[in-house]
Design a protein around this ligand. Structure first.
Ligand code: HEM
Length: 399
């Protein structure tokens, strides 16, 4: 997991794990499950709870305080209320409050705004004949859409982008103490800004997610202000890098498989199955973390209660017992029941939004830039184990 060759191409390692040790104990003591059937079943298994990432971060705080480089309590306490880090009953209550902003109808109403944002971002670079898919298109698109749903005014979008970037690696375990201290500072700035925005919206409600959360808080004790702040932070953490990786991995897969790019250009209605295939072929989120509440025996191995378990969505999505020719990128694939959005109670809340953004952004790129090509050179992958995507993705096209 720490080897650059693994970041570049984890799939041969996944294939070996699936075949030889589908329940594997890593040198760090965590377990990794790689077969589709196991991952799918265990995601729905109530004997698994969330892994206490906020607790792990909080336990580092005394070291930072001793070195006088800060503390981590703001960050840890905001994270305690993130949906994917909560078990029921808190999870059930918090999720029901935000669910209605993400129904297919609510998301479909965002279509014009998504198309308009994609067109505006493309217009900025069109005459240059060059763009970086990650930084010129994917990041600003993902942040703009989350910020608009929440109701963050346009002038704050650049600060919000900076905070979202600063916090985006918080779920990944490969962080230094200094990086955590920096993330805690970013969390403080983020929360201070959103506290001000809540006060403003309380006076002048609008048709946005923040105003509807305020309406719920004002009804009684169903949602505290701290929980509301955490919900806002979570949207950026859960929705930014993931969508960016969908677009980055998608453009990369299409340009590395030119016949599929051409097929999509000839038949634009394939965009829906193309986006699902991208999500399966190179999943933006590679791992979910969980902890069994009691000992579990699987394929002859005993996983003790309380141990950290990784469900490898990336490996499950290339399992030949579920997908025919799993290493082939095929935008017409049928019965594509990938696990890129996870499963069970933590199934991705933003899946409909991510699919729509992916369909509009990639559909527009293929239509507008038929000769789009990768700038030759090595693709630098994010050095993360949870997320998978290119750090930058420069492409050229006829201006
Ligand atoms: C292609 C883009 C996306 C992918 C691949 C993705 C993937 C995932 C995955 C795998 C999980 C489960 C985490 C776990 O079980 O531990 C998840 C949860 C979540 N996602 Fe997404 N996501 C994407 C986009 C978004 C967007 C755009 C939003 C919102 C703006 C969002 C909001 C959430 C939330 C709030 C959760 C937590 C749900 C819960 O625990 O109940 N996601 N996502």
């Amino acid at each position: 997991m720490f080897d650059p060759a693994f970041h570049a191409d984890p799939y041969p390692v996944y294939a070996r794990l699936r075949e030889e040790e589908p329940v594997h104990r890593t040198v760090m003591g965590a377990w990794i499950i790689t077969r589709y059937a196991d991952v799918k079943a265990l995601l729905r298994d109530n004997n698994f709870g969330v892994f206490d990432i906020p607790g792990r971060i909080e336990r580092k705080s005394p070291f930072l305080e001793r070195k006088k480089i800060g503390e981590l309590r703001t960050l840890a306490s905001a994270m305690r209320r993130w949906l994917m880090l909560c078990d029921p009953p808190d999870h059930t209550r918090l999720r029901s409050l935000v669910n209605r902003s993400f129904t297919p109808t609510a998301v479909e109403s965002l279509r014009p705004r998504i198309q308009e944002t994609v067109d505006r971002l493309i217009a900025r670079v069109r005459s240059t004949g060059r763009m970086d898919i990650v930084n010129d298109l994917a990041c600003p698109l993902a942040v703009t859409m989350i910020a608009s749903m929440l109701g963050v005014p346009e002038e704050a979008h650049s600060s919000v982008t900076r905070w979202a970037d600063g916090l985006s690696r918080v779920l990944d375990p490969l962080r230094s103490l200094e990086q955590y201290a920096e993330m805690n500072n970013v969390a403080q700035e983020f929360l201070a800004y959103f506290r001000g925005l809540f006060a403003e919206r309380r006076k002048n409600p609008k048709n946005d997610l923040i105003s509807s959360l305020i309406a719920v808080t004002d009804q009684g004790d169903r949602l505290t202000e701290d929980e509301m702040l955490s919900v806002c932070m979570l949207m950026f953490i859960a929705g930014e890098k993931t969508t960016v990786n969908l677009l980055g991995n998608g453009v990369l897969a299409l340009l590395n498989n030119r016949s599929e790019f051409e097929r999509l250009r000839q038949e634009p209605t394939l965009i829906r199955s193309a986006i699902d295939e991208i999500l399966r072929y190179d999943s933006p989120v590679q791992l979910n973390t969980r902890v069994p509440k009691k000992d579990l025996v699987l394929h002859g191995q005993t996983i003790p209660a309380g141990d950290l378990v990784y469900f490898s969505l990336g490996a499950a999505n290339r399992d030949p017992s579920q997908f025919e020719q799993p290493d082939k990128f095929d935008i017409t694939r049928r019965e594509n029941r990938h696990l890129a959005f996870s499963g069970g109670i933590h199934y991705c809340l933003g899946a409909a939004l991510a699919l729509l953004e992916g369909q509009i952004a990639i559909g527009t790129l293929v239509r507008e830039f038929p000769d789009m090509a990768l700038v030759p050179g090595k693709t630098e992958w994010m050095k993360e184990i949870i997320f998978r995507g290119p750090q930058t993705l420069p492409v050229t096209f006829t201006p």
